[in-house]
Design a binder for this molecule. Sequence first.
Ligand code: GDP
Length: 528
Amino acid sequence: MSTIEQEIAKRRTFGIISHPDAGKTTLTEKLLLFGGAIQTAGAVKSNKIKKSATSDFMEIEKQRGISVATSVMTFEYHDLKINILDTPGHKDFAEDTYRTLTAVDSVILVIDCVKGVEEQTERLMEVCRMRKTPVIIFINKMDREGQNPFDLLDELEQKLMIKVRPLTWPINIGQNFKGVYNLYDKSLNLFSVNKTRIERDIVAIDDLNSPELDKQVGERDANQLREDVELIEGVYDEFDRQAYLDADVAPVFFGSAVNNFGVQELLDTFCDIAPATLPRPTDVRVIIPTDKKFSGFVFKIHANLDPKHRDRIAFLRVCSGIFERNKFYHHVRLDKDVRFSNPYNFMAQSKDVIDEAFPGDVVGLYDTGNFKIGDTLTEGEDFFFQGIPSFSPEIFKELINMDPLKSKQLEKGIQQLTDEGVAQLFLIQPGNRKVVGTVGDLQFEVIQYRLEHEYGAKCRFDSMPISKACWITSDNPAKLQEYIRLKGTQIGYDKDEHPVFLAESDWMLRMNIQNNPDIRFHQTSEFK
Ligand code: GDP
């Protein structure tokens, strides 16, 4: 194997996703503990935007600062290099999460056993299904009185629309939770509250009928486990790694992240079965990680917290070849060559300047305004990575300039903020009216605050009667032009100057689809 092949085989780049409060931060921290990346619990700060913060901008800013530090966490474990990409759980930042998911090769989904599948879980899973991202499910908080594990599995299958296959199984639940039986390697891990670090209490149980099991967990629970396992083996197919890699089956683990229980089973199996760096589609061809030439794309941009310095950090996912410091690369959209003297990678609590990075890695690049989300860097070839679409925003408001003397600052500010992906901007002609679309109200407050503090521009937002944006195309350019002319101010142009129909209601959208068979209406910005 060549160096690059070896490096690729070592990489596991994944995201942990969950509805807020299910235990994502806690699980992340435990994984880092196992990897030796941090020494004490409590070292990883939650990047949650707390509810109380909605009207406290400084608080939001502070929390944004925390989330940049934990955007990517890298650690080594058993010769593997593991990159965890953090995702904000808050619904208003869902778009950020969707984009981060374009840069991972697999996902661990955390579920709260008391609450089961929650709203955010369903939406996140939809994105994973769309991209066929392999998913492992971790059912957390087994030390609480949660739902029956068989019912939970049924709920997962129904609501998340994916087949599941348990790989560990809980012995009792809540106060009587005694541990998990590992169906994958047939061992028993017994639970004691507040287990410290890597101390383990594993009992190998080759035969579930052995009296050793009764001795360990008591006769009643031993019999229940035997019954459960028989049922599982009868109902669920053998675990098939390929089906998991194809995103047809999600293996399921039970545990308690806060008590560090069931986490090692999860991590070890994850290392065993999760995919190494995967190929990525572009508009021209599929890019294979072992391609000699470097390529990568920007999936996240983070502004500097210090308003005096308007530089930003662009997060680049390396897709093929080797990324090298100080080497010139081709910025496809701008058709210009760029190089980076201080690219860095992220460890749990620090960032280090690096000389090279391999496919699967995420590199932080200082940016003075050259990057937009989705930008591709190559060694000269022209192509764009796909799968980083914009979805229709849910809330639309018109941006009104409150200080005519500062219109330049406002223009620049809103452009840069939308390049960062804080919100989507649609221009309506004539008049260059600016419609800002977001998934949550919080973003409007963030934009208003940042425009004022970073760009010195004052603005106001006026509600607009728009409920959905649909990107429009047609095989017949004349028909498309005619439709755009007819719809007038109901048409906006997105960041790539694609026309978008801004529909007042779902009903209006349906009518337009029905009455205009020559026009195609797309739910996302990616329709090539
Ligand atoms: P996130 O919003 O998904 O990142 O969730 P956090 O990791 O911040 O956890 C939310 C709350 O659940 C915190 O108070 C945790 O201490 C708690 N928690 C996490 N894991 C467990 C667990 O296994 N059992 C119990 N009882 N609580 C847990």
